[in-house]
Design a protein around this ligand. Structure first.
Ligand SMILES: Nc1nc2c(c(=O)[nH]1)N(C=O)[C@@H](CNc1ccc(C(=O)N[C@@H](CCC(=O)O)C(=O)O)cc1)CN2
Ligand SMILES: Nc1ncnc2c1ncn2[C@@H]1O[C@H](COP(=O)(O)OP(=O)(O)OP(=O)(O)O)[C@@H](O)[C@H]1O
Length: 201
């Protein structure tokens, strides 16, 4: 019998949330440092379109924490932008530039969000790359989020020039996920073992 992808996604979400929580805090912190190091080397190994801006996120519910990237002197010329939920009703988020803890406040869903200052707004179309959190990813780049569709809406309007990188711990890699027509695939995946291109089957 065909399974409804929505219900199937709900089952996957609770399973993958539980699986991620099996990593202890020290295990996660260790992996976060590894992942930040891999990302730093990756950023330094390529030439990127100007401005050097990157869409990041503040981690929640045990997501990979990339915040220490902002302190790396080698990345001083990069602009870091973070999502803020603009409308829970329309599931819209916007990105704002932020550089230090004081540039954030606790916002929707208890997430640390950048202060909304119009001068600091960055359009995702201008990112060199967007780092996308998720609950699970497949090697072909299919992503499972929390079900809000916030990232899906941003991903839908990105030009191909913006590199989309799914960020995960290796335990979040799965062979298959239920996908819907609106799901946009990642170009690459980043975890504690490295950064790899997604194969397009
Ligand atoms: N770090 C981080 N920031 C992010 C996201 C993310 O995935 N990670 N988002 C990417 O989307 C947005 C927030 N998305 C969220 C979507 C749903 C829920 C949530 O708690 N959902 C409830 C169900 C509520 C409902 O259906 O209305 C739940 O899971 O219990 C939280 C955050 C913006 N910021
Ligand atoms: N580009 C889009 N435009 C309008 N609605 C969309 C778009 N993409 C997804 N949606 C809607 O958003 C809802 C949630 O989608 P989905 O279950 O794929 O979320 P998700 O990827 O897990 O969540 P998130 O992106 O917030 O992490 C669905 O009802 C879907 O129809």
């Amino acid at each position: 019998m065909a399974v409804n992808p929505r219900e199937d996604k709900q089952r996957w979400r609770s399973q993958m949330l539980r699986l991620r929580q099996t990593l202890t805090v020290p295990e996660r912190q260790y992996k976060d440092e590894q992942i930040c190091g891999i990302l730093e080397s990756f950023l330094l190994s390529r030439s990127w379109p100007v401005p050097h801006s990157i869409g990041l996120y503040r981690s929640m519910r045990g997501e990979v924490n990339l915040f220490s990237l902002l302190e790396r002197p080698s990345l001083a010329k990069w602009i870091f932008a973070f999502p803020a939920v603009e409308s829970e009703e329309n599931r819209q988020m916007r990105f704002y530039r932020a550089a230090k803890e004081e540039d954030f406040q606790t916002g929707h869903y208890g997430i640390r969000e950048p202060l909304r200052n119009e001068q600091n707004a960055v359009e995702p179309q201008n990112f060199a790359l967007l780092l996308v959190p998720g609950l699970a990813f497949t090697e072909s780049g299919v992503r499972l989020g929390y079900g809000g569709g916030y990232y899906d809406r941003v991903l839908a309007v990105l030009p191909p020039s913006v590199l989309k990188i799914g960020v995960l711990y290796a335990v979040q890699r799965v062979a298959d996920l239920p996908a819907e027509a609106h799901d946009v695939r990642m170009d690459m995946l980043l975890d504690e073992n490295g950064v790899v291109s997604c194969c397009m089957p």
